[in-house]
Ligand binder design. Structure first.
Ligand SMILES: [Zn+2]
Length: 338
């Protein structure tokens, strides 16, 4: 089998790798139907997150169960499944609290940009669909594996409520699906911060009511102007830089909720800043498994079409072009077909 491996900054190769097989009785082997490149893959691709030698890549996936270990009960071969980018037993206290991405047995999936994938803890990680979904729904189903699950968590963690004013910082795929999620949660005003025309258009399609193109202090000033000087009820930080985090904090009203779902790189908050901000912070790696059944149903019922974030489709062996296109912001998100 060939799969995706990162060798160093800008160096993605599609090369021979061992075909995965059952290791633990709780494993499943999935034949990947669709996978994709994540915004978080760009951190190591850009050399901003060190890697320890050649690193297999990919953590968003859906596909057909090829084989299951002897202890697996809830999925069987031939079924179409979607799983979280973090494995979970779905039974430990952290899972029961709804934080499956902090499962005491968690492992991060890292080999999904390949035709076959081993998924540990299959019972607690994978969700089967009723029957095989039609081809046109598969890209949207794939998004539930991470990017939609993360956008949804961003909106949920920012306590988006009907009638709320919401600001989304970051116009990557997660931010755009944060807009979609806030819309589903019936926010009244959804302000997307974006200076990229194509992304603004998609943000509007997903439910944004306003677009703010300014960033940093200028962006904050615009948001305050739009909220009578007080800030938004809910702010979703979907980038992970110092600038975006500060922008998000300063856009939140006193007592408002700020969520952060972008993997932080070099973010440092001063205690004094936090103290006087008077905001409620909640974030982290999205517990995608918690919301998977609901989000899968939304897609199957055609209530949402999150697959629109894929504006580039490539055969899997051209995965390097997918990374390049996203790195250069030529594409919002690259869909890969094995
Ligand atoms: Zn657990």
């Amino acid at each position: 089998m060939r799969g995706t491996v990162l060798y160093g900054p800008g160096d993605i190769r599609f090369e021979d790798r061992e075909t995965p097989r059952i290791v633990e009785p709780t494993d499943a082997i999935i034949r990947i139907a669709l996978t994709c490149v994540c915004g978080s893959d760009l951190w190591p691709y850009r050399g901003l997150q060190p890697i320890d030698g050649p690193t297999p890549m990919g953590h968003e996936y859906c596909g057909f169960v090829e084989e299951v270990g002897s202890a697996v009960r809830s999925v069987k071969s031939g079924q179409f499944v979607i799983g979280s980018f973090v494995t979970s037993d779905n039974t430990c206290p952290n899972c029961q609290y709804g934080y499956q991405s902090s499962c005491v047995h968690r492992e991060f999936i890292t080999r999904a940009q390949a035709p076959m994938l081993r998924v540990p803890l299959a019972d607690g990680t994978l969700v089967p669909t009723p029957g095989v979904p039609s081809d046109d729904l598969m890209p949207s189903l794939l998004t539930t594996s991470d990017v939609l699950g993360t956008g949804w968590f961003a909106a949920d963690a920012a306590n988006v409520k009907p009638g709320a004013t919401v600001v989304v910082v970051g116009d990557g795929a997660v931010g755009l699906l944060g807009v979609l999620s806030a819309r589903q949660m019936r926010a009244e005003r959804i302000i997307a911060m974006s200076r990229h025309e194509q992304r603004q258009k998609l943000a509007r399609e997903f439910g944004a009511t306003d677009i703010v193109t300014e960033r940093g202090d200028e962006g904050v000033k615009r948001i305050l102007d739009m909220t009578k000087g007080f800030g938004a009820d809910s702010v979703l930080e979907c980038v992970g830089t110092q600038e975006s985090m500060m922008q998000a904090i300063h856009c939140t009203r006193k007592g408002g909720h700020l969520s952060y779902v972008g993997v932080p790189h070099g973010v440092a908050l001063k205690g004094e800043e936090l103290f006087f901000a008077h905001v409620r912070l909640h974030g982290g790696p999205a517990p995608v498994r918690r919301d998977l059944p609901k989000l899968i149903d939304f897609v199957l019922d055609k209530k949402i079409n999150p697959g629109k974030v894929f504006d580039l489709t490539l055969p899997l062996d051209q995965v390097a072009e997918g990374y390049r296109a996203m790195d250069e912001r030529r594409a919002i998100k690259a869909l890969l077909r094995p």
